[in-house]
Design a protein around this ligand. Structure first.
Ligand SMILES: Nc1ncnc2c1ncn2[C@@H]1O[C@H](COP(=O)(O)OP(=O)(O)OP(=O)(O)O)[C@@H](O)[C@H]1O
Ligand SMILES: [Mg+2]
Length: 502
């Protein structure tokens, strides 16, 4: 075995993140670590990578026991990690990013010639066409991820840990990434993969282990388990995911939000859309199609070049998020770390931030009322926490995402703009979020939802629009939903209806 961990425990005040977990991975295999949000997956990976010290347990590399003082020492044993949130420095060039932390020197001076040559070789191997001198921040997320892999390869990685690498990628990008990961495995690199998209585990992994609430639940080779059994191991029960339940057809008699000719060049080029009371409207499109820009513009976060928006039939001035909030709009942004949450602030205060005014009494903020409200909101979204006073940054990735949604619920929102609300969310919590969306809309609220996973849109939406290069290319009603057709359309291919149905 390349790496073997035994009896790993990690305790935080009030939380047992890992309780005596065993884990092993060998050269030339891909092992998945599976579990709900907060199960302890990232914590286990951070222990293996030397980023945190376990309270108990031993780690062996190539049969001899090690005790990492930090990530650098783990890296010297060939253990490299691509974290849930990428660590690319956008202002630096590709080659600078690749060699960040282990710059090469010759006779005491930086050896850019060698570094540029080696970086270029690695990029070619990864199939990346970008120049080593381009700024990393100008690359797409998929390309930035490849840069992270390039960083590991430049360190002669023997174990590559990937924590939710596919969360922000389109299907094609995932396929490309997996092709690369397979070839790395075939070269003898050990790989650990974390993903909430269970089909990906069956697509690429050789083995899996399951964690629940910090406990080791079990392990299996991939051919000895199916998705239903895996879900059962993860959650302790099955999930009900019948398509769209028994949702009544939405009466489209009242338009709550109407946009005409929205343009913000080059991202949006004349978008028209109408959202009806009680409706769930999906936006499908590739990265760069203008999806995020559209909801940000509706929320007043970015200025428009042209276009008008009506809310409840009245021309609306949405020049700032504050005005949008006042008119009942709420946005759950895509990037929770930089826009959705204040990471160092407690979970409770993050949750009630947009609704503070309603928790004020005669003598100012009523703290008891506020914390009760926060607890209620977190409960509705199944946020897993030990104490509302913990900084929200301590929560697991998926639970941070739930807090972003909880915030909106408390803010008296009537029109929900949800940008990738299920990113990083486990399969059980995803169902709960869909139920919540249906609940909210049956009470007369309306939802616009963006997701890169078109199956999810098909499941939860009443209507889907496809966006390509900042324009609406097509609209589908529920009875016309068809995965392939929507996918092609979102890619900008104009599909003829008769052609597809043949
Ligand atoms: N620095 C910390 N302080 C306190 N608690 C923490 C800290 N880091 C993690 N935890 C807790 O440890 C538990 C496990 O978190 P971890 O991030 O490993 O979950 P995860 O399985 O990766 O979940 P997700 O799928 O949501 O990313 C969670 O309950 C989390 O709140
Ligand atoms: Mg995690």
């Amino acid at each position: 075995m390349f790496l073997e961990a035994r009896g790993i425990s990690k305790f935080y005040p009030g939380v047992k993140a890992l309780k005596g977990v065993d884990f092993a991975v060998d050269a030339g295999e891909i092992v998945a670590v599976v579990g709900e949000n907060g199960a302890g997956k990232s914590t286990l990976m951070k222990v293996l990578a030397g980023a945190i010290r376990p309270n108990e347990g031993t780690i062996k590399v190539d049969g001899s026991e090690v005790s990492f003082s930090g990530p650098i020492e783990a890296q010297s044993h060939g253990i490299c990690t691509i974290y849930q949130e990428l660590l690319i420095v956008p202002e630096l060039s590709v080659v600078e990013n690749v060699f960040l932390g282990h710059l090469k020197k010759k006779n005491g001076i930086l050896d850019w010639v060698t570094m540029r040559r080696e970086a270029a070789e690695i990029l070619t191997r990864l199939g990346l066409t970008a120049s080593v001198d381009s700024k990393a921040g100008q690359l797409s997320i998929a390309e930035q991820q490849l840069i992270e892999i390039a960083k590991s390869l430049s360190r002669k990685s023997r174990l590559l840990i990937m924590d939710e690498p596919t969360a922000s990628l389109s299907k094609d990008e995932v396929d490309n990434l997996f092709k690369l990961v397979r070839s790395l495995r075939d070269e003898g690199i050990a790989i650990v993969l974390i993903t909430h998209h269970l089909h990906e585990i069956f697509q690429i992994c050789d083995r899996l282990i399951v964690l629940r609430d910090g406990d080791y639940v079990g392990a299996s080779t991939i051919d000895q388990i199916d998705e239903a059994e895996l879900v059962n191991m993860m959650l302790g029960h099955a999930v009900n995911n019948d398509t769209a339940k028994h949702r009544a057809v939405v009466q489209r008699d009242e338009v709550v939000l109407e946009a005409r000719g929205l343009s913000r060049r080059p991202d949006l080029n004349g978008v028209d859309l109408a959202l009806h009371r009680g409706e769930v409207l999906g936006i499908a499109g590739l990265m760069g199609a203008g999806r995020t820009e559209l909801v940000r513009a509706l929320f007043g976060a970015d200025r428009l070049d042209e276009g008008t928006v009506k809310v409840n039939g009245k021309l609306a001035v949405l020049s700032s998020p504050r005005l949008a909030l006042e008119q009942g709009l709420g946005l759950a942004p895509e990037d929770r770390k930089s826009e959705g949450l204040i990471l160092s602030m407690p979970i409770g205060q993050n949750t009630t931030l947009p609704s503070l005014a309603s928790h004020c009494g005669f003598f100012g903020l009523d703290l008891q009322k506020e914390s009760q409200a926060a607890a209620d909101l977190c409960k509705r979204l199944f946020v897993k926490y030990s104490n509302l006073n913990q900084p929200v940054g301590n929560l697991s990735g998926g639970n941070q995402q739930k807090v972003v949604l909880a915030k909106l619920l408390g803010a008296g929102t009537e029109i929900y703009l949800l940008d990738e609300p299920t990113r990083g969310i486990d399969i059980g919590a995803k169902e709960a979020i869909f139920d919540l969306i249906w609940d909210l809309t049956s009470q007369g609220n309306s939802v616009i939802i963006i997701s890169s996973v078109i199956d999810e849109l098909i499941r939860v939406c009443d209507r889907i629009i496809c966006l390509h290069l900042g324009k609406v290319t097509n609209t589908y009603d529920r009875e016309d939903f068809d995965l392939n057709r929507i996918m092609l359309n979102a890619m900008g291919k104009n599909v003829d209806v008769s052609e597809v149905s043949q």
